[in-house]
Design a protein around this ligand. Structure first.
Ligand code: HMG
Length: 464
């Protein structure tokens, strides 16, 4: 049975921090943010917003757009790493909010959980719900999978430039108008790692930035190796002599903690794939240097990062490689459009990959490309660490959905924060009632209980 994404909606908070202002305040060269990391603006939540509000707002959008009543939704899953309760699942809060609009107990029949594995958990949630549909258990109902996060790092830390917030809600069914997932090829890798983690009670993560970059690349490559094996075994793609699987994937969406990480990941995977193909000789001739090898090729991530000579040469090689004609063509056609939204919004953790997918659809459609039948590959990564690679094919009805996508309009008029306002929000110096923007047709927090018997109880309202 087919299963995939029928429609997709986003909700992005309207406050933002401008990367150039941020660079100035932190004494950084704005070029590092703009060109080095690919960051333009970071979406920031107001005092009366949390990841559950963001998720509920995205769900409401996709339901209203499709005129869906709750009886049509069989499962509602939330994937997040911005959880605020160790026990009560975030989807219960989301259902509580949606029932304020649709009526008490209208979601009573619906199942679902909150999923956690850093940024990759949304992909596991999609996979599980796709299989619920494939197993024939959906009884003509949709699964609603929403990925929602607030990416928040310590003030003054190297991760602070890679913040953002937002949610993406995806409606899944067995007659998807947007994208049908390829069966039996979803591939994963997993390893116990401490590249990025957030211990109980801590609002911001502990991060080993450069380690996390390299681990991301390695884990995604490992998942790709498994994906290739499955694609060959299932006969999904038949490779001719001298071809790589990437030649048959029209679009690649990467997990985007910052938009240039997508560029880094694409270059790494393409090098891995092309290195054994006849075309590599031509590439090396154009690059004008051999691909460097670490002193200890079987070493650890730490030993590779400490190998300064290798790191410098590899950096140089990557720069030259990514300027080759063949690579530029691949980058422009398969990845570039997916990075546009990330640059304007920042890191959404679980939602970053899917914001990228949405961005790619909108901006490729605007170029006039016929997307029908195009294969889309997804490279998902979550710290801690696990990667997942899967793919799907864009469906003939896609234009019904994509023609109305308009990121600028959806972001709406945004409010630029001053550095002082941003730091006040970051350090939780304002109460939830001291919001900066007035809410408009959205869910917001109206109360968080502090008494011993009901500590942490959250109450929300829909502001019309
Ligand atoms: P950093 O060390 O401050 O930056 O931290 P850098 O020195 O690596 O510079 C970044 C880039 O800017 C480099 O380019 C520089 O050359 C360039 P690259 O070598 O990569 O091509 N640059 C400049 N370019 C132009 N003009 C200039 C200039 N100066 C430098 N003047 C880091 C960067 C990402 C490590 C940091 O921001 C961080 O720790 N971020 C948080 C962790 C993170 O995002 N990791 C990504 C991989 S792990 C992941 O994706 C999982 C995650 O989403 C969590 C989850 O799964 O839940 C984070």
């Amino acid at each position: 049975m087919a299963a995939g994404i029928d429609d997709i909606s986003i909700y992005i908070p309207r406050l933002y921090l401008d990367a150039a202002d941020f660079a100035k305040a932190r004494g950084l060269d704005p070029g590092k943010l703009e060109r080095g990391l690919g960051i333009g603006q970071m979406a920031i939540v107001d005092t009366n917003q949390d990841p559950a509000c963001l998720a509920a707002n995205a769900c409401l959008k996709v339901m209203q757009k499709n005129k869906l009543t709750p009886d049509k939704i069989g499962r509602l899953y939330v994937a997040t790493e911005s959880s605020f309760d160790e026990s009560k699942a975030m989807n219960s809060y989301v259902i509580g909010m949606l029932e304020q609009v649709y009526g008490k107990d209208t979601f009573g029949h619906c199942g679902g959980i909150e999923c956690k594995f850093a940024c990759v958990s949304g992909s596991y949630a999609l996979y599980d719900n796709t299989n619920w549909i494939r197993a024939g258990e959906a009884e003509d109902k949709y699964a609603l999978v929403v990925v929602s996060d607030i990416a928040k790092y310590d003030l003054g830390s190297s991760g602070e430039v890679t913040q953002g917030a937002g949610a993406v809600a995806m409606l899944l069914n067995n007659t998807p108008r947007l994208l049908s997932f390829d069966p039996k090829v979803t591939s994963t890798s997993i390893k116990n790692e401490y590249d990025f983690y957030r211990p109980f009670g801590k609002e911001t993560p502990i991060v080993h930035g450069q380690y996390s970059n390299l681990l991301y690349l390695i884990q995604v490559k490992n998942a790709l190796i498994d994906y290739k094996k499955k694609v060959k075994e299932t006969g999904l793609i038949k490779l001719k002599e001298g071809e790589t699987i990437l030649d048959h994937v029209d679009y690649l969406n990467m997990h985007l903690p910052y938009s240039n990480m997508g560029k880094k990941a694409l270059a790494y995977l393409v090098r891995h794939e092309w290195r054994t193909l006849p075309r590599w000789k031509e590439i090396i001739d154009e690059v004008g240097m051999e691909e460097p090898i670490p002193k200890d090729p079987r070493g650890t991530i730490e030993s590779v990062l400490e190998d300064a000579d290798f790191m410098a040469k590899d950096h140089q090689f990557t720069k030259l490689f990514t300027n080759t004609e063949k690579y530029v063509e691949l980058y422009e056609s398969k990845l570039a459009s997916s990075l546009i939204a990330s640059k304007m919004i920042g890191n959404l953790y679980t939602a970053s990959l899917y914001l990228g997918f949405r961005s790619s659809l909108e901006f490729e459609y605007q170029k006039g490309v016929d997307l029908n039948g195009k294969r889309v590959g997804f490279c998902s990564y979550g710290s801690g660490a696990s990667a997942m690679i899967f793919s799907g094919v864009i469906q003939p009805e896609y234009a019904q959905i994509v023609k109305d996508m308009n990121l600028e309009e959806e972001l709406g008029p945004r409010t630029k924060l001053s550095l002082d306002e941003y730091e006040e929000l970051h350090e939780n110096k304002r109460t939830h009632e001291e919001n900066i923007r007035s809410a408009n047709k959205e869910f917001v927090i109206v109360d968080v209980k502090t008494s011993n018997e009901s500590k942490g109880e959250r109450h929300y309202a829909f502001v019309d």
